[in-house]
Design a protein around this ligand. Structure first.
Ligand code: ZN
Ligand code: ZN
Ligand code: FE
Length: 757
């Protein structure tokens, strides 16, 4: 007995990271019981606090085993161990959530059903056989059902469902997989499905009936995790065409959902990275090359060589896809340019003109979250939209903030970012702030995150653009210090900070538009600097933007501007545009470009690619943002090795005029658009690498960042990266955050912190 007392040791273990609501405490409990240690584990404001006591050897074993057998959703970022005086206590306990008023650390992202739950879902003997809301500590809804903190059932949208005895037993047993699984439920006590607009023919099998409706060509609105989807058969031309016209969405591709990888493999090429990404717990939409002969209606993704595909993200989707026996279109349940519908009344009202039936359920959605979108480039995932499944997992900043901070993001593809110390919570994709309903969702989202993560911002960072709704929001906040951050500097900073770097680096930042320091529209920038500040080392040759914002929707205007700049404009539009553009309008726009009337200067790389797209006759007018450049890329013949002449001047001005003249010559000579596209992409990639190399040499640097929305273009990203590597440059590209304006808020935060805010 005396030897046991002599060897007793007590330590406190602090664990930071994603350790709450993911089964971490029961995991610790089982480990401690296994090793016969006494003490406790509890959630607190920072993460998890453990105290254990027992023989030295067992304590050592505990510390060694702790990081090795973590629950699937847990992620440990830091641990700290401190020695304490033994107390001689007996037994190990799990302390209830700390309700001391302060927010608990990390609410985690929604997760697709885990393998254990799927096994139960399909098991006829299991009490949750075919139950659409099955979940456990290792999976299920999280972020979208949390109303407040602490993350406990009463503060989720599950509060209204009282657990039955069997569920409660699981919930309170630390040895059970469902211990403290807040959304725990079963067919007896949990959420139920509702089918509106069905024919009542399937004997209460609502999923079977919804699937049958779709098999017959119907459009069904389906309530998912973070909002509604509109669904129909992917191979039904009539249904997809109806969906397009009812939704008033002309060309923007629809995403598809397939039952499993085998089903998706018949639609797209599954390279190993795509095949690993699709079944990840985040279940993003992955853009992948369409397979020849894929049984998909042409209206699903017109003018695209890719299809956006995903696997079921909830048990309901698993059951639905099984019943449908064919891949389904799964597009967000909104009319064009409106935020995704997420409240039942709202959805029924807004979508009644689009959907033939509604498959609903009675578990409310508290936060809307669109599907996330990823593309594979250079053999690695490239995030295009970071939302469901990823949000609100925190990112780590390279330097901690001295005071709590909010960064307001940009205007299109807006996100916000809240910071406490070195933790940054980038919010879900909100969308374009032109729309009043979206602006409300934006402000509500910020307020929700402030409560969830207990951040009361004292500093607010924003874009320099005076007309962005996010800037207006920032300037209206009271009692805070505001910090304006230049748009392209924020793009550069976001990429550096995501990779844990503070710079310095050279940045080639290419996008559609951003407010420049000289008041003109920037978008083809070669920057040199760090998180704190940048200098503009070079840029694309400025041209006119005839009609301002209208030029982004009507790429033919940019064709006119570039032809004008290149001295190649004539009174008539080029042959390729003659049918799409009225001659008088062409003349007016050329005149605007020549005289600078209603035509500000721009260095936008996005608008340059728009101009080429229009010049090739691919797209004279857009129906969604970036369409012209997206279709130009999609069509490029990558086997062509040619490149136009695109010189970089001594002052690092990248001059596309010779390339524009050469492209016009090719188009007039009947060279296919696929070749013109490839030659222009290659020319721009080489010129960009040359400019970066020159800027790097001047500054004595080797690191180059490629970011901005234009680098969602895989061709340009891959070719520019290769050209930079050939010049001995070390290339960084965004990974965890999108290169587009969805990453701006995080970059603004990094800059504001570096500037001492
Ligand atoms: Zn599970
Ligand atoms: Zn139950
Ligand atoms: Fe941008």
């Amino acid at each position: 007995m005396t030897t046991r007392a002599a060897a007793a040791r007590r330590v406190a273990v602090r664990v930071d990271g994603i350790v709450q609501g993911v089964g971490f405490r029961p995991y610790v409990f089982r480990l401690a019981e296994d090793l016969r240690l006494s003490g406790f584990v509890r959630n607190d404001t920072r993460g998890v606090l453990i105290e254990i006591e027992g023989p030295d050897r067992s304590v050592e074993l505990f510390l060694r085993r702790l990081p090795g057998e973590l629950p699937p959703l847990a992620r440990v970022e830091r641990t700290g161990v401190a020695e304490l005086d033994p107390t001689g206590g007996e037994g190990f306990v799990i302390d209830g959530s700390d309700a001391g008023g302060r927010a608990l650390a990390l609410v985690c992202a929604d997760s697709a059903p885990c393998p254990d739950c799927l096994r139960e879902l399909w098991d006829p003997e299991d009490r949750r056989h075919r139950y659409p809301f099955i979940n456990c500590t290792n999976c299920g809804p999280r972020f979208t059902i949390v109303r407040g903190v602490p993350y406990d059932r009463p503060l989720t949208t599950m509060a209204g469902f009282e657990m039955c005895l069997a569920c409660r037993h699981e919930y309170t047993d630390p040895r059970d997989r469902r211990f403290h699984a807040q959304p725990n439920a079963c067919p007896r006590c949990g959420p139920q499905l509702i089918l509106v607009g069905g024919r009542g023919t399937a004997g209460g099998d609502r999923i079977g009936e919804a699937a049958a409706l779709m098999r017959d060509g119907a459009i069904v609105a389906i309530k998912g995790l973070g909002g509604y989807h509109l669904a129909c058969r992917a191979d039904d031309r009539g249904a997809v065409a109806r969906l397009r016209s009812r939704k008033r969405r002309e060309d923007k591709p629809f995403a598809l959902m397939g039952a499993d990888l085998r089903a998706l493999g018949e639609l797209v090429e599954l390279d190993p990275i795509t095949a690993a990404l699709l079944p990840s717990p985040q279940r993003p939409i992955v853009l992948a090359l369409r397979r020849r002969g894929a049984r998909v209606a042409p209206q699903v993704a017109p003018a695209s060589r890719e299809l956006g595909v995903m696997l079921p993200s909830t048990p309901l989707h698993h059951l639905l896809l099984e019943a449908a026996r064919t891949p389904l279109v799964m597009t967000s349940g909104n009319l064009s340019d409106e935020p995704i519908a997420y409240e039942d009344v709202d959805a029924l009202e807004r979508l009644s003109a689009v959907a033939d039936a509604f498959l609903l359920h009675d578990r409310p959605i508290h936060v809307r979250a669109d599907d996330s979108v990823v593309r594979v480039a250079r053999g690695r995932p490239l995030m295009l939209r970071r939302s469901r499944g990823y949000v609100p997992d925190a990112l780590t900043l390279p330097r901690p903030a001295r005071r709590p901070l909010l960064a307001c993001g940009a205007h299109l593809k807006s996100t916000f970012c809240l910071v406490r110390r070195d933790r940054a919570w980038v919010g879900h994709h909100i969308g374009d702030l032109d729309d009043a309903a979206t602006r409300v969702a934006y402000a509500e989202g910020i307020a929700h995150f402030e409560r969830l993560f207990d951040v009361r911002p004292r500093v607010v960072a924003h874009d320099l653009h005076p007309d962005y709704a996010s800037t207006a929001y920032a300037l209206e906040r009271e009692g805070v210090r505001t910090v304006g951050v230049q748009h392209h500097h924020a793009h550069l900073a976001a990429c550096l900070a995501e990779h844990g770097s503070t710079g310095p680096a050279v940045g080639a930042i290419y996008d559609g538009s951003g407010h420049g320091l000289d008041g003109t529209v920037w978008g083809g920038e070669i920057l040199v600097g760090d998180l704190c500040g940048v200098e503009r080392a070079g840029h694309l040759l400025p041209v006119r933007l005839p009609g301002g914002d209208r030029a982004a929707r009507q790429p033919w205007r940019m064709a006119a501007a570039w032809l004008q700049a290149a001295g190649a404009a004539s009174a008539l539009p080029p042959e390729s545009l003659r049918r799409a553009v009225p001659h008088e309008q062409w003349e007016t726009v050329c005149e605007m470009a020549r005289r600078g009337f209603s035509a500000p200067w721009t260095t936008s790389a996005g608008r340059l690619l728009d101009a080429v797209s229009a010049l090739c006759g691919i797209r004279a007018t857009c129906t969604y943002e970036g369409q012209a450049a997206i279709e130009l890329e999609a069509l490029a013949d990558v086997t062509d090795n040619g490149a136009y002449e695109l010189p970089v001047g001594g002052d690092l001005v990248i001059d596309p005029r010779p390339a524009i003249r050469a492209a016009l010559g090719d188009v007039d000579a009947g060279v296919p658009a696929a070749l013109v596209s490839a030659r222009m992409h290659r020319a721009l990639a080489r010129a960009t690498a040359a400019a970066c190399s020159a800027a790097a040499e001047q500054a004595g640097l080797h690191r180059v960042v490629l970011s901005g929305g234009v680098f969602q273009n895989r061709l340009l990203l891959e070719w520019t990266t290769a050209a930079c590597a050939e010049r001995g440059l070390d290339v960084l590209v965004p990974r965890a955050l999108p290169p587009n304006d969805g990453g701006i808020s995080f970059g603004q935060a990094a800059v504001a912190i570096a500037q001492g805010a």
